[in-house]
Design a binder for this molecule. Structure first.
Ligand code: FES
Length: 80
């Protein structure tokens, strides 16, 4: 299944970690050869700034994920 990862690019989430998460995801996709299977898009503020950074994976919102957790969720979603 194709995985859709939406990163909140609102200023709060971007400052709280999504700029780093974006770099991590791009590297991860490259290293794992997942181009075409994982699609990253940016999103305007998702309205949950205080719990951010917010990452939406296939429509479900996750808050303040560490890189490892994010990689695990993407991996899971690929096999759903
Ligand atoms: S900036 Fe991400 S929820 Fe507001």
């Amino acid at each position: 299944m194709k995985v859709q990862v939406e990163l909140c690019m609102g200023s709060s989430c971007f400052a709280r970690g999504n700029s780093r998460i974006l770099g991590f995801l791009e590297r991860y996709i490259g290293e794992e050869g997942l181009q075409g299977r994982v699609e990253i898009t940016g999103h305007l503020c998702l309205g949950n700034c205080s719990s951010g950074p917010v990452v939406r994976i296939n429509g479900t919102d996750y808050f303040d994920l560490k890189e490892k957790e994010l990689a695990g969720l993407v991996e899971e979603a690929l096999h759903e």
